[in-house]
Design a protein around this ligand. Structure first.
Ligand code: DLL
Length: 438
């Protein structure tokens, strides 16, 4: 099933032709309307018409989060505010969130791209889709909402929070597809356990999750507990929001909507393009955005291209799940670790064992001798605290510690903590508490 078969299955040559034409018109638009790009192009004596092939794009400078901050709020808009029909913002945790704008055409395209990914994730117009992403400045809620409407599915705009109400809605409205962050999906599974709701009695079939890093093991956990097929969706508000890339039901990489976004993968340190298949930072250029186009935007997200045909028939190139950000990478005694790697191990060791839940927090501190000390707090299930033997708990702890140390090369101290003692998130989970002086 495809939403947009013509573009989703386009042959490479035709697609590259479309991309080049759209790139030239985007470059012309920003050169005319956005002072930052006009100045940069002038400084290097560049004219948009100089771009003859897609490779020429690499001659242009990157756009960074700092550029966006310096032009806050509207400095990078390429249309007058009169043309803007919607404002949204990034969910950035440092500094002021970036404001992004959409014209009427942008909104229609965004809805179409979100609809593509909903279809790729199994949703049809017969589904009842509960969107439990926050509706507000964050792009998750409205992005998927309009996608569902464009597709003709029935959207339930539950927004985030009120978990018991979410479960009630799921039961009573007979929700068939759930859309939220993976951590919130797990939280909803906990709430069902606590309130005695049997997920088998629900009507859930598909779950489209995204907006934060998660692991394959976490996917399995969600699928088993909520009885649905889960797919990963990637997006970033500076580029559009959800709708940039998403998995099909093959679940072997996220198809990029390449007719609207041009992707590069570069070395995060040098900015140099990396050979196909190598992991690096995703850089995105919008090809059709009117209000807020970006040229070579450094997403800070680490991934790699997955080449080769996908059995689903889509020819759109795939990227691997995001393994982390260039800036959430932890360096513990000089060793780089991503929270997603810790999570994958936790879930693998814990899965099927009982005794601990996949709610965890990584805490990094520096001791008196200025050495980094890494800890992982893992919530223990009620039975383990009440009736589980200390010996069994110790065994589990040792097992996790051994795996973390052998796989990641970092000595984490694992602590089982009381159930529900770690902060719950209705949106993106905050998995890391870094107490070291910066
Ligand atoms: O999180 C857009 C979105 C909403 C995507 C709903 C998917 C679903 P921002 O708030 O701007 O936009 O945050 C973007 O979130 O740079 C990534 O670091 C992270 N992120 C988004 N999707 C994924 C994913 C939305 N599937 C930032 N896996 C990005 C891992 C993700 N990280």
């Amino acid at each position: 099933m495809y939403y947009d078969p013509e573009y989703e299955r386009m042959d490479r040559d035709t697609l590259e032709g479309v991309q080049l034409e759209r790139l030239q018109s985007t470059l012309n638009r920003v050169a005319r309307n956005v002072p930052l790009y006009r100045t940069r192009f002038d400084e290097m004596g560049f004219e948009p018409d100089d771009v003859r092939t897609l490779d020429d794009l690499a001659k242009l400078p990157f756009t960074t989060k700092a550029d966006l901050r310096e032009n806050y709020p509207y400095g990078l808009f390429a249309v007058p505010l009169r043309e803007v029909v919607r404002l949204q913002a990034s969910s950035g945790t440092t500094g002021k969130p970036t404001v992004v704008g959409y014209t009427k055409n942008d909104i229609a395209r965004w809805a179409g791209l979100a609809a593509r990914l909903l279809v790729a994730g199994g949703v049809t117009r017969d589904d009842l889709v509960q969107v439990a992403f926050h509706y507000g400045l964050f792009t998750g809620g409205f992005g998927f909402h309009y996608g569902c409407e464009a597709l003709g599915a029935s959207v339930i705009p539950a927004s985030s929070g009120g978990s018991k109400r979410q479960v009630m809605v799921m039961q009573d409205y007979r929700t068939t597809a759930l859309v939220c962050t993976p951590s919130y999906a797990l939280h909803l599974a906990d709430v069902m356990d606590e309130t005695g709701v049997n997920p088998n009695a629900l009507s859930l079939r598909f779950g489209l999750f995204g907006a934060e890093t998660w692991s394959e093991a976490m996917r399995r956990e969600i699928e088993q507990r909520l009885k649905l097929t889960a797919t990963d969706n990637y997006g970033i508000s500076e580029v559009m929001g959800p709708g940039v890339a998403g998995e099909c039901l093959e679940r072997s990489g996220l198809h990029l909507n390449e007719d609207h976004f041009l992707a590069e993968i570069v070395d995060p340190d040098t900015g140099a393009p990396l050979p196909p298949g190598e992991k690096g930072e995703l850089v995105l250029t919008t090809l059709t955005k009117e209000a807020f186009p970006v040229i070579r935007y450094r997403t800070g997200d680490l991934t790699r291209f997955i080449d080769g045909p996908c059995p689903c028939g889509r020819t759109l190139r795939r990227i691997d799940r995001i393994i982390g950000r260039t800036d959430d990478m932890l360096t513990v005694r000089g060793i780089n670790v991503f929270p997603s790697q810790v999570e994958a191990i936790l879930l693998e060791v814990i899965h099927g064992q009982g005794g601990a839940q996949p709610h965890y927090q990584i805490v990094i501190e520096r001791d008196e001798s200025h050495l980094d000390q890494a800890q992982v707090l893992v919530e223990a299930e009620e039975e383990a605290i009440v009736s589980g033997s200390i010996g069994a708990q110790q065994d589990l702890i040792r097992k996790i510690e051994r795996r973390l140390s052998s796989d990641l090369g970092v000595a984490f101290k694992v602590r089982l903590v009381e159930p529900r003692s770690l902060e719950r998130s209705e949106g993106k989970a905050n998995r890391v508490l870094d107490k070291r002086a910066k």
